[in-house]
Design a protein around this ligand. Structure first.
Ligand SMILES: [Zn+2]
Length: 71
């Protein structure tokens, strides 16, 4: 079985409250603002050094450190 690279689907900045969602088609993050362009609740601050709070269940790899025998 191939390793599954888990990807978070959304992340929130702990500093400014910016919310982004993963856009698989674009291969990048995009702001999770509402359909209305004037709705900038989730945009946060452009000057913020974002401190992302990714979903707690997120782990970069399925079995980090336990796949030494693979090959
Ligand atoms: Zn931020």
């Amino acid at each position: 079985m191939a390793h599954t690279l888990r990807t978070p689907t959304d992340r929130t900045c702990e500093r400014c409250g910016r919310i982004e969602v993963w856009d698989g088609d674009a291969g990048g993050w995009r702001v999770a603002a509402g359909a209305d362009e004037s709705d900038d609740r989730a945009v946060g601050s452009p000057y913020c050094i974002h401190e992302w709070d990714i979903n707690g269940s997120f782990a970069p790899f399925e079995d980090a450190g336990t796949d030494a025998a693979e090959g």
